[in-house]
Design a protein around this ligand. Structure first.
Ligand code: HEC
Ligand code: HEC
Length: 157
């Protein structure tokens, strides 16, 4: 008696699960049809022409930040600036040791902290690969129209 009841329960569960899965499958397919790449729908057998490289702004004044804790944008070109295990070109100007001679902003004190909140005497491995967070700027059309506005307190317009 006990066993039969259990079997019935299990059978019911299996039917319920199958039902759920098919609903998920159908919505999944519907979603997939609505998804488009920002570049449209490229043909797989056609190699699209590469877009011309965007011109990176040459050296300019620092760029206003849009929100608190934003990694400041890089206001100069960085072509050929190596960052690898042996050397970091950015630090040759931005380190606390060199910034005075080069006139670059010194790296932030936050860049000395490890993920366990230990203060190091030099830049933390967490912050070593500068371009992970800091990026250059080009005059490019936004990929998607948006109404982004900077944080009021930082807005100096
Ligand atoms: C040859 C020296 C030099 C090198 C190398 C260099 N920078 Fe700079 N950088 C500067 C100077 C000078 C400024 C300040 C420009 C100003 O104040 O007008 C600056 C500004 C910046 C700023 C803006 C700071 C702010 O407060 O808005 C960032 C971010 C930055 N650099 C990141 C980098 C990164 C990342 C690299 C490496 C990929 C790098 N820089 C390599 C000289 C350098
Ligand atoms: C994990 C992200 C991250 C990495 C990696 C990183 N930064 Fe930053 N950086 C930030 C953020 C966020 C800020 C702004 C808040 C702050 O000061 O911590 C900042 C601020 C700065 C500033 C402005 C300091 C000031 O006083 O206004 C400079 C210059 C800078 N970073 C240079 C660098 C350089 C050079 C490297 C590589 C050695 C680097 N950063 C790596 C996120 C990062």
């Amino acid at each position: 008696m006990h066993n039969i009841l259990n079997e019935k329960k299990n059978g019911f569960r299996a039917v319920l699960l199958a039902g759920l899965l098919s609903i998920l499958g159908v919505t999944g397919m519907a979603l997939a049809e609505d998804v488009h790449s920002l570049r449209g729908a490229p043909e797989l057998d056609v190699v699209p022409k590469a877009e011309p490289m965007k011109k990176i702004h040459r050296d300019q004044e620092t760029i206003a930040r849009d929100y608190v804790l934003q990694p400041p944008l890089i206001p100069h070109q960085i072509r050929g600036y190596r960052i690898d295990k042996n050397s970091n070109k950015c630090l040759s100007c931005h380190s606390w040791k060199n910034y005075k001679q080069t006139g670059a902003t010194k790296i932030s004190i936050t860049h000395f902290e490890t993920r366990d909140s230990k203060q190091l005497a030099d830049v933390s491995p967490l912050r070593y690969f500068c371009t992970q967070c800091h990026v250059t700027q080009a005059d490019a059309k936004p990929l998607i129209k948006n109404r982004f506005k900077s944080v009021e307190t930082l807005n100096n317009e």
